[in-house]
Design a protein around this ligand. Structure first.
Ligand code: CAO
Length: 273
């Protein structure tokens, strides 16, 4: 009979890796201390105060496809005026604020009084030479979209060279932060006290969206449950923060719905301006 050889031993000798005892040779770079002063110091104060206010954030998606088309047409016709999306959005905010005056209000430090502000002085967060500043466009309720575009350009140009005036920087009643001009979708904006609401605009992006009446189409024309007809739309996400001591979520949502309607039907916006 053939002799049975023993199975190979499962134990194999592991090779111990050589352990390096020293990190790679590098040169440390010196730290740099800098006092927090000027606009940054002001930001420390305003943002810290704002964070003591109970607030909520509410977001929604707006279909900007029609406005994108309209802006393209207007851009071709008015080459002398820089016309971005903001003038339309600022005007639409003002029109919607007509029905939601509580959002264009100030509250006092102890939150004992609300002042419903008469003018719509809409502040725009700007990335300026001096850092974050929020100059405001005064009396938007009286301005046309083109006048708002001109005023925005003036403020942006002054911001670039650090020359915004105290008048430009005070008296705001409602604010917007167009972070989407740089990038990003959602942001939680921080209130600019004593204002009670602020919106952050995300970047307008092209997205595939199912058609509104898709359910009806698919049941009548196709037996395939997975059938879906879609379109490419330009979508912008908007996030609102509001002072929850005086504003409730339903008010913010209704205001946002009204603004969404105006921006999705921009002719309405032009007719009413
Ligand atoms: N989605 C897609 N495109 C956008 C956009 C958005 N949300 N916002 C602006 N754009 C486009 C503009 O339409 C313009 O396009 P064209 O060159 O085709 O005309 C281009 O981007 C440049 O716009 P802009 O930045 O010059 O102009 P604006 O009026 O939209 O914004 C300003 C002005 C001053 C608000 C902006 O430049 C800025 O500083 N944004 C930063 C705000 C910020 O820092 N927020 C954070 C505050 S909290 O720290």
């Amino acid at each position: 009979s053939t002799p049975i050889s023993p199975p190979p031993s499962p134990i194999t000798m592991k090779q111990t890796p050589t352990i390096k005892t020293q990190p790679p040779s590098t040169t440390p770079v010196a730290d740099r201390n800098e006092p927090i002063k000027g606009i940054r110091k002001a930001m420390v104060k305003t943002m810290t105060q704002a964070n003591t206010v109970p607030h909520f954030t509410y977001s929604d998606e707006y279909d900007m496809t029609e406005l994108v088309k309209l802006r393209q047409q207007l851009k071709k016709q008015s080459k002398d005026i820089k016309i971005s999306y903001l003038p339309f959005i600022i005007k639409a905010c003002s029109q919607a604020l007509n029905n939601y005056s509580i959002l264009n209000a100030h509250v006092d430090a102890k939150c004992e009084n609300i002042t419903y502000k008469g003018s719509h002085n809409i502040g725009i967060a700007m990335d300026t030479k001096d850092g974050l500043l929020v100059p405001n466009i005064k009396n938007v309720q009286q301005l046309s979209i083109m006048q708002i575009a001109n005023e925005l350009t003036r403020l942006q140009q002054l911001g670039k060279v650090g020359k915004l005036s105290t008048t430009d920087l005070t008296g705001g009643t409602f604010s917007l932060s167009n972070i989407g001009a740089i990038g990003g979708t959602y942001a939680v904006p921080v209130l600019l006290l004593p204002e009670v609401a602020i919106g952050a605009l995300g970047k307008i992006v092209r997205r595939v969206v199912p058609d509104e009446d898709d359910d009806e189409n698919s049941s009548s024309s196709s037996s395939d449950d997975d059938y879906c007809s879609c379109r490419v739309r330009s979508i912008m996400t908007v996030s609102w923060s509001a002072d929850h001591r005086v504003i409730d979520g339903a008010t913010m949502a209704r205001f946002s719905n009204e603004l969404k309607y105006l921006l999705e039907n921009p002719l309405q916006l032009l007719i009413n301006q």
